[in-house]
Design a protein around this ligand. Sequence first.
Ligand code: NAD
Ligand code: UDP
Ligand code: UDP
Length: 320
Amino acid sequence: MKRRVLVTGGAGFLGSHLCARLLKQECEVLCVDNFFTGMRRNIEPLLGEPAFEVMRHDVTFPLYVEVDEIYNLACPASPIHYQRDPIQTTKTSVLGAINMLGLAKRLHARILQASTSEVYGDPDVHPQTEDYCGIVNIAGPRACYDEAKRCTETLFYDYRRQHRLDIRVARIFNTYGPNMHPQDGRVVSSFIVQALRGEPITVFGTGMQTRSFCYVDDLIDGLTRLMNAPADVEGSVNLGNPTEMTMCELAELIISLTGSRSRLEFRPLPQDDPRQRRPDISRARELLHWAPVVSVNEGLSRTIAYFDNLLSDPREADKL
Ligand code: NAD
Ligand code: UDP
Ligand code: UDP
């Protein structure tokens, strides 16, 4: 019997790669998505697969299906998307988690939550380990995402303690690659699209803030390893690439890889923008024998090729 796997947010950036990977692993995949930020284009190549099924559904409402495993990814992830309707963002994270945990409880299914490095907020410990509690502004514009993700983690730990659910919590750090939404305002997609079009590269603040970027294939490998780890995994696991860089360094690298003539243009720094971020992945190395293998140069080159192709398609370019 094939494993039946539910992926919420399956038409999004990470979800579409996860669905493809699970199909390769001979699973039956049920992709549930309300298409708020997901794109049909991301899952189009999978639609012909007999083991793939798509359901348009909002996870803030109960869901009654029969599956063996659940990956809960449904939630807008880019600041411009999650800040567009912050109340809905909190509802998606928290009510979505309650419904998926209720589903997992009824089915005795293992469930994995896509949490985030944003639970560390603007950290004063560097690099971030899982036992660091973070500094999050409860009232700022990022709180709808950060606090809801923190609350979701708490729900997962409590369902484990109270109902003995088999849970997995991945704290995902900045990830990039093909299938990112070209207009989601995230730094990698924005810089690449700007460089390919010869437009100014919009660097926020001084550009000296740092992030650590993980290529999507590595991240998906980490997620499936975490789900399949045989032992009970208590607590969360950081998944990300520890190679840290400033936003100016990222901009220069993308300019050089695209051969663009774009210049940097400095814009105001958004409120509560974290100054530095880098995962400590010792726990993932130890528990999952996992570490990223795709270099930033290689990963960016593949992502640039994806966006180059997208921009040369007149139907897609018109939408940008
Ligand atoms: P994305 O916006 O591309 O994908 C999110 C998907 O969830 C979209 O397809 C969207 O339509 C769907 N969705 C949103 N609200 C929904 C709802 N109420 N019901 C059903 N579906 C809904 O984002 P992504 O980058 O693929 O992120 C996926 C998950 O991983 C998110 O939970 C995000 O918080 C987490 N994450 C991502 C990153 C990253 O760098 N990409 C980092 C940390 C955490
Ligand atoms: N739920 C769901 N699908 C299921 C089982 C439960 O969507 O197959 C939802 C249900 O709507 C409930 C939530 O999950 O609100 C939490 O379920 P749980 O059993 O933990 O709580 P209770 O139903 O006791 O409030
Ligand atoms: N950023 C930038 N220019 C952009 C978009 C983002 O300089 O056009 C910066 C942003 O201020 C932040 C970093 O890039 O410091 C990463 O932003 P992103 O929204 O991709 O992720 P997050 O802030 O959620 O880590």
